[in-house]
Structure formats: structure tokens, C-alpha cells
Design a protein around this ligand. Structure first.
Ligand code: TXA
Ligand code: MG
Length: 420
């Protein structure tokens, strides 16, 4: 077969040198492409770009999470994204562009507010909702007259955009309602049988999705907290309104972005998010975990570095944290005690964000049936963490009272795990 002709036929040439393993297995369709740091990326990604232009689905790394890309100008290709993800047609996609000029070309009347935010945060983890121009098919925006635009900073994403020469529509590359992928392996495991190519660019640097801001009004409206903090947005544009509930509840309720319904980022296990004073939360989760394990539940914990001492009796093994077994003072406890993942320090929420989605997947894979997650505060990246965790909890968010003792709090947590 002549090189390049496979693009038209939609088939992949087994002999292309950039194709790695990862095809071949029964039920797996996607090929994997590795990119080496320092490579001439735009040239290296030419086959992937050609695949995109031919209407294919290409998963690629961004600094936030992996995206499932298609040519945004091609309504048929865009529809394939919705099919592959099982995503409802009313949930609009983000269109990725190289920068401000490309964004303005897709959005006549690009708001001044959006320009200021783009200049401050692009390329980076910020998505701007602006008027949709006629060159973009309505399907990309689920029929809305707006479009969400983002210029990613990941070098592979940028090289792919440059090589493709078209805007790339890309939601997170996970089946609808499930945990976003922060590694190429996650994409392969979830969608490998439904897409054409996965570009492996290593683990995502930010680890949670972009911040989404509606720029069409007088004031910026935060639709989804993410990689750019609310504080950083306010430093640039002054006031930023919060969609949904008020400030105190920010990140803990339904938001106005279409498709951002409560069930999202869901692990298989039943997750409860515990909010309160840092020390108190750690105590309460620890007690509840032992109580639940004693009742035969397979418990998973998402903890901070500061909680580690409570579980110090066990080897933790990995840099990313994690381990299993009863706490030191409970060594006579039941076998199959709680498993935990230490995400990072309460003082380093960027590290916590990087670890979050992978840890959720690991606890799921470990077969836990419930997960107790601590809150990381509402400041900075903490707001995005709270948003993702409360969605994963499907509303099971427990706020501890300031005077509530650990036993009472633990009992409430256990009831939330066991409840309907
Ligand atoms: O970091 C990210 O944003 C990743 C990477 C791949 O760029 N993408 C991502 O896409 O998270 P997705 O589809 O999982 O989330 C898109 C979010 C949804 O909350 C959606 O409702 C919102 O953006 N959105 C998209 N278009 C919109 C629009 N026209 N108006 C309001 N919200 C919109
Ligand atoms: Mg998503």
C-alpha cells in the first residue's frame, strides 16, 4: 500500500515506523504513537495530523488531561467523538486552537474580556466561552450559538494543532461520566477499541481539566473551576461570578455549563467527600475507615501527606503514596483493611491535582467498594479538586461541624457510605 493512502481508506498501515505495539489485540483498534522529547514534533506528528484531517479520532496529551480529538470543522468527525464517548449530544465540546488569532477567526465579536483572559493565560488550562462563528458546525457546541475555545500549552498538543492546520474539537478522552485520563494507558484502556490513534506524551502535568469561563456577559462567569484558579482570574479581570450556588458552596453543586451534571468523574466505588477543618477531617476519615473495614467493607482512602502519620504503620511503597492494611494501633483488625492513596501535601495542591484521577482509577482497580476522600480546602487548585471530588461523590458531601468529635463524625461518614 502506498504510504498515505491508508488515510483515505481509514485503515492504518501496519508498517509505518511510528506505529508502536498496542494494536493487534482482539478488540483493540487504536494504535499508539510515542513522541520523544526534543523530536521535531510537527514533522513527527504529520501522520496523526493527516489522520485528523481525514476525519479520524486521535487522542492526544494536553497539560490538563488527555483529549479525544477530531477536526472541529468536520461535522461528521465531531459526531464520531460523541459516539465514541457515549456522550449526550447536548453536551458541547471544547475546540482547541493555537492562540488568540486562531480563536478570533472562529468567533466574530470575540469579547474584550476573553481577549484579556487569553492574553493572560494562553496557552494554558483556561477555556473561554465566546460567540460561535459560522465556520464551526453547530454539533461542536451541541447547537448552542456559543463555543468553548482553549489554547493548550502542551508541546505535543501544540505541534499537533500546527501540523493539522485545523481547530481540534476535544473533550476529555474518557467514556462519558467516567474518570478523565491523565495517561495514554488510561485512554487505551477506556477507548482503545473505539478510536484510531493515541499519542502518548507521558503523564499530564496539571491533572484536572481546564477552567471554563463564560466571557459573553459584562462579567466573567466561572462555569467550571480547573487548572487556572479563581484567584488568578480575579487578579486579571476583577470580579468573577460563580455559576450555580454561592461562593461558600462553590465547587460543590450543579453548575451552569451544559452537560456538567452531577454524575461525573465517577469511580465505580461509592465515594464520600468529607469537608471540614483539616485535622478533624483526617481523624474522622481514619475512624470511619476502620469502622467500615470492621463491617467487611473494602475501603479506599484519598488522603493528604499530612494524614500519613495516622497510617504510618504500613509500608507505602510508592512515591505517589498508597498502601493497605490496618492502622498501627489496630493491627489486630480485620484482614483487608483500608487501602489508601496519599495525593500530596495540603500545601501543594498542584501535586494533589496531578495525582487525583490516577489514584481514583487505582482504587477502583484495587476493587474497593467505597472511597472516603478528604477535602483540600477551597483555595487555589482546591476549588477544582472539590468540584471533581463532589461530582465523583454524586452529592455525598459531608460537612463536619466545628464542634463535632471524631466518633460522631465517623458515624455520619459510615452512614453516608451505607445509606441509600
Ligand atoms: O482541560 C480540558 O478542558 C480538557 C482538555 C482535553 O482540553 N477537555 C475537557 O473537555 O475537559 P470536556 O468535554 O470533558 O469538558 C468541556 C466542558 C464541559 O463542562 C462543557 O459543558 C463545557 O466545557 N462547555 C463546552 N462548550 C460550552 C459552551 N458553548 N458553553 C458552556 N460550556 C461549554
Ligand atoms: Mg470530560
Amino acid at each position: 500500500m502506498e504510504r498515505g493512502s491508508w488515510l483515505e481508506s481509514g485503515e492504518l498501515d501496519e508498517e509505518l515506523p511510528w506505529l508502536g505495539e498496542g494494536g493487534g489485540e482482539i478488540g483493540v483498534r487504536a494504535r499508539v504513537m510515542w513522541v520523544v522529547e526534543g523530536a521535531a514534533l510537527v514533522e513527527a506528528l504529520a501522520p496523526a495530523a493527516a489522520l485528523l484531517r481525514a476525519g479520524g479520532l486521535v487522542a492526544f496529551p494536553t497539560e490538563t488531561v488527555y483529549g479525544l480529538g477530531a477536526n472541529a470543522l468536520d461535522a461528521v468527525a465531531v459526531r464520531r467523538i460523541f459516539e465514541a464517548k457515549g456522550r449526550p449530544a447536548e453536551d458541547p465540546l471544547i475546540v482547541h486552537v493555537l492562540g488568540l488569532a486562531e480563536a478570533q477567526a472562529l468567533s466574530p465579536g470575540f469579547p474584550e474580556l476573553a481577549r484579556r483572559l487569553a492574553e493572560a493565560f494562553w496557552p494554558g488550562p483556561l477555556t473561554l466561552v465566546v460567540p460561535r462563528g459560522p465556520s464551526l458546525p453547530a454539533a461542536v457546541s451541541a447547537g448552542l450559538d456559543s463555543v468553548a475555545l482553549r489554547a493548550p500549552s502542551h508541546p505535543v498538543a501544540r505541534a499537533l494543532l500546527r501540523a493539522a492546520g485545523v481547530p481540534v474539537a476535544a473533550p476529555s478522552a474518557n467514556p462519558f461520566g467516567r474518570i478523565s485520563p491523565t495517561r495514554a494507558e488510561h485512554v487505551l484502556a477506556d477507548l482503545g477499541d473505539r478510536i484510531d490513534l493515541v499519542i502518548d506524551g507521558g503523564p499530564a502535568e496539571v491533572g484536572v481539566e481546564s477552567t471554563v469561563v463564560d466571557c459573553r456577559g459584562e462579567q466573567a462567569l466561572l462555569l467550571r473551576p480547573g487548572g487556572v484558579s479563581l484567584e488568578a482570574l480575579r487578579a486579571v479581570v476583577g470580579e468573577v461570578r460563580l455559576a450555580g450556588a454561592g461562593e461558600a458552596e462553590a465547587g460543590m453543586g450543579p453548575q451552569r455549563s451544559p452537560g456538567t451534571m452531577l454524575r461525573h468523574y465517577a469511580p465505580r466505588a461509592r465515594l464520600v467527600l468529607v469537608v471540614g477543618e483539616a485535622e478533624q477531617v483526617g481523624e474522622a476519615i481514619g475512624q470511619a475507615a476502620l469502622g467500615l473495614a470492621a463491617k467487611g467493607r473494602r475501603v479506599g482512602l484519598l488522603l493528604a501527606e499530612e494524614d500519613r502519620a495516622r497510617w504510618a504503620g504500613e509500608e507505602d511503597g510508592q512515591a505517589a503514596g498508597g498502601g493497605s492494611g490496618p492502622a498501627p494501633e489496630q493491627t489486630a483488625g480485620p484482614p483487608g483493611g483500608p487501602r489508601w492513596r496519599v495525593l500530596g501535601s495540603l500545601r501543594d495542591l498542584e501535586a494533589v491535582a496531578r495525582a487525583l484521577f490516577g489514584a481514583l482509577r487505582e482504587l477502583d482497580a484495587a476493587g474497593v467498594d467505597c472511597i472516603l476522600a478528604r477535602d483540600f480546602g477551597g483555595q487555589g487548585m482546591g476549588l477544582a479538586l472539590r468540584d471533581r471530588l463532589s461530582r465523583a461523590a454524586e452529592g455525598r458531601v459531608l460537612r463536619l461541624e466545628s464542634q463535632e468529635g471524631p466518633s460522631a463524625a465517623a458515624a455520619r461518614i459510615e452512614r453516608a457510605v451505607e445509606g441509600p
